[in-house]
Design a protein around this ligand. Structure first.
Ligand SMILES: [Zn+2]
Length: 439
């Protein structure tokens, strides 16, 4: 009988390697010592992936004399597929599938998703000899036909983790967070995370200034050198217009992760400052404005965010929909009640999001509709109103209530766990990144 290669992935701690990478993306303009486009420090973890393939290296005598097996089938799961339809399509024995599914550890096979693939090795009689399913980058399922029947094993691979520090600044050439982030070496995903972190404190579309600087401490995960899409910001500092904002990741005793400032206040507010990703503010809050269509003084009790038609409009805070209807002036509009004191209104929507109707509860950031130009509107925009105790307030300047801080009884633990992050933000170097790593 043929021996099947068994791969053992072993993680072996090795000597630490420290890289300090100076990323100067435009060397021609960097003859002086100034950091024009960003700096990246990388700390490689003291972990090395070692793959020992055992029998695979030494083919047995049997194996060498056996006729070769049919080529391996790689089956890609399409929408609507399940294992039965896949087996039928490839003329694989339904009985083998039943036997595989009855093995211990086979539950995961119920979760195959479109786009994933399953590898199948048949034997010369057409039976399933081995089935391999990569459930996610960290988890692989392997069912094998042994003399005793099928056996299923789950292989877990611990990703390698690397702590990186990125430093960047807003310049004339890189005037947006996106471009400054790219220049500093951040991925699109990390730039989004950074923007989300500070969305309550900084409007990245309106408030950025030349000279703003940021530092981001990131845990990056990879397997065999391939990123697995789990890069996570551990800490960030953003100095905007001279004011330094800090975000520290902390997982509380209920295992809920959150981002807090250095004294344990949540960065998250009960309300988003801007409920839509917009290109610019086309009309500000102004109680003595001349109306663009009616040419007479009409207060503008909200703010107009110009954005592309179809851009998702998000609930500014958790609450209950009290209106989702249409009239001549407002077009399609939504009103949300947040507790006793706060109400928000969203006008001129092209349409409502699915299931948005009066009585429905929504969470913060949930999409409630899409930007449009219904009602009295000269172009696609969101008209947004924020009312406190029934009085219209300027959504861009009103003081927003905070979310819950770190509980008092956890402050000690919070200070202890975030101390290395603060040190790394203060001065990102091999030593401080190593402290973050070893925490
Ligand atoms: Zn308006």
């Amino acid at each position: 009988m043929r021996n099947f290669p068994r791969r053992h992935l072993t993680l072996i701690a090795a000597l630490s390697i420290i890289f300090v990478v100076l990323l100067l993306t435009d060397p021609s303009t960097n003859t002086d010592s100034q950091l024009e486009n960003g700096r990246q420090i990388e700390l490689a973890l003291p972990i090395e992936t070692h793959i020992s393939s055992g029998e695979q290296d030494l083919p047995s005598a049997e194996q060498a004399t056996m006729p070769s097996l049919p080529p391996k089938l790689v089956i890609v799961v399409k929408p609507g597929d399940n294992l039965s339809t896949l087996f039928a399509r490839h003329q694989l024995p339904a009985g083998d599938l039943q036997r595989v599914l009855q093995t211990e550890n086979a539950d995961m096979l119920a979760t195959v998703k479109p786009g994933q693939s399953i590898e199948i090795q048949k034997n010369l009689e057409g039976r399933v000899l081995e089935l391999v399913y990569q459930a996610n980058p960290k988890t692989k399922l392997i069912s094998k036909l042994l003399a005793s029947g099928y056996v299923t094993e789950i292989e877990h691979v611990e990703p390698d983790m690397v702590i990186n520090a990125f430093e960047g600044n807003i310049t004339r050439e890189n005037s947006s967070l996106y471009h400054a982030g790219l220049a500093a070496g951040l991925t699109d995903n990390l730039i989004m995370q950074l923007a989300d972190l500070f969305q309550w404190d900084i409007s990245f579309a309106l408030d950025l200034r030349e000279g703003d600087v940021f530092t981001v401490i990131v845990a990056r995960s990879s397997i065999a050198g391939e990123p697995i899409g789990e890069d996570r910001i551990l800490a960030a500092a953003f100095t905007n217009f001279g004011k330094r904002h800090i975000a520290l990741r902390y997982v509380d005793t209920n295992q809920r992760p959150g981002y807090y400032n250095e004294i344990g206040e949540s960065l998250r507010k009960a309300f988003l400052r801007d409920p839509v990703h917009f290109s610019h503010v086309s009309s500000s809050f102004n109680l003595r404005r001349k109306h663009p269509i009616h040419k007479r003084t009409m207060p503008h009790r909200g703010i107009d965010y110009a954005a592309n038609r179809g851009t998702p409009v998000r609930a500014a805070g958790e609450g209950k929909i009290i209106k989702a209807e249409r009239n001549d002036a407002s077009g399609n509009f939504v009103v949300i009640q947040h507790g006793d004191r706060y109400t928000t209104k969203y006008l001129h929507l092209s349409r409502f999001a699915k299931a948005i109707k009066p009585g429905v509860r929504v969470s913060q950031s949930q999409t409630i509709g899409y930007v449009g130009a219904t009602g009295w509107a000269t172009g696609p925009h969101l008209h947004y109103e924020f009312l406190v105790d029934g009085v219209h307030r300027n959504p861009r300047t009103v003081r927003l209530p905070d979310s819950k801080p770190v509980p008092a009884q956890e402050l000690e633990a919070f200070r202890e766990t975030t101390q290395p992050l603060l040190a790394a933000l203060e001065n990102a170097n091999e030593r401080t990144l190593m402290l973050v790593q070893n925490f």
